[in-house]
Design a protein around this ligand. Structure first.
Ligand code: GNR
Ligand code: NI
Length: 178
């Protein structure tokens, strides 16, 4: 298993639209395991392949308290949605930012499992929020897209500054390690 690098907003690769997985194989199953390891290590409750620069429709999630209920979704699709609910969201690709987002309160979705078999799931609460957030990633959408232009610009400037500081510090840390 391996920890993968997570892209940060405003990286343009987060805007790529992911392609459906055509065939389940060990390469895909291995990637899903790496995504789960990356998500647990972050730590986060969900991760879309787009966030680790793989343009395939793959999502992993675990909203359980004990982090022992991994979910692997291949080609997830929302079949039905109802209601409206606003909750605070964060994103591993937008680190340190938490803002309220309004989404459907409940959804019914379909996906393939790791054997390529279709299954359906009905969700409300945090699971419904997370599924909508992850499918947005697969379509190149981020939760900051639901905020005002002003707020999104402020967040972009803050993360660009953090990335610059990180790049300036990284070579010094590498030199110190020698
Ligand atoms: O870890 C995460 N927490 C979270 C909290 C509220 C709403 C959505 C999320 S998803 C996020 C992980 C992530 O970025 N997934 O794409
Ligand atoms: Ni996210």
């Amino acid at each position: 298993m391996a920890i993968l690098d997570i892209l940060h907003f405003p990286d343009p690769r987060l805007r790529n639209r992911a392609h459906p997985v055509e065939r389940m194989d060990d390469r895909i199953r291995h990637l899903l395991d790496d995504m789960l390891e990356t998500m647990y290590e972050a730590p986060g409750i969900g991760l879309a392949a787009t966030q680790v620069n793989v343009p395939l429709r793959l999502v992993v999630m675990d909203i359980s308290e004990d982090k022992d209920q991994p979910l692997r979704l291949i080609n997830p699709e929302i079949l039905d949605r109802w209601g409206e609910e606003t909750s605070d969201e964060g994103c591993l690709s937008v680190p340190g930012i938490y803002e309220p987002v309004t989404r459907a309160q409940g959804i019914r979705m379909r996906a393939l499992d790791t054997e390529g078999q279709p299954f359906e799931l009905e969700a409300e609460g945090l699971l419904a929020v997370c599924i909508q957030h992850e499918i947005d990633h697969l379509d190149g959408r981020l939760f900051v897209d639901y905020l005002s232009n002003l707020k999104r610009q402020r967040i972009r400037k803050r993360l660009e500054k953090e990335a610059r500081q990180h790049r300036a510090k990284a070579p010094a840390a590498a030199a110190q390690a020698i």
